[in-house]
Design a protein. Sequence first.
Length: 145
Amino acid sequence: MKPPDEDARLKLVQEWFFKADHDKDAAEALLVREPPLLFASCFHAQQAAEKWLKALLTWWEIEPPKTHNIGQLLRLAASRDAPFAESLLNAVALNPYAVVSRYPGDQPEPSRQEAQQAIGAACAVRAAVLGVLPARFGPSAAERT
């Protein structure tokens, strides 16, 4: 999956971002509707964080594995930039929302506050990734602040 040149890699990173941004938008929309869909909101927050990390790994030419485990993605990122990965360890708390929230079971529904925290954790991943990507990457400088 490693693109042969920087333009192809940039395009793939932009595609990861497009999908991740849509997941974030879905998480926010599901949280504000009445009644809120809290499990689904948390699921999409986790998916967004996962995809933003995969975008960065792609940029770094580290093939992202087919996993939903944010800890595993951060370990790969740490091989390139340990302080970056360490700064996002809180995002590992999103892991349970990747799978558990999609199936029936004994897990209690998250609260509105937990869903807001999940979206916040995902947005922290986005901001951190944008801080590492080159300035010529798609989002405007205004989004970086």
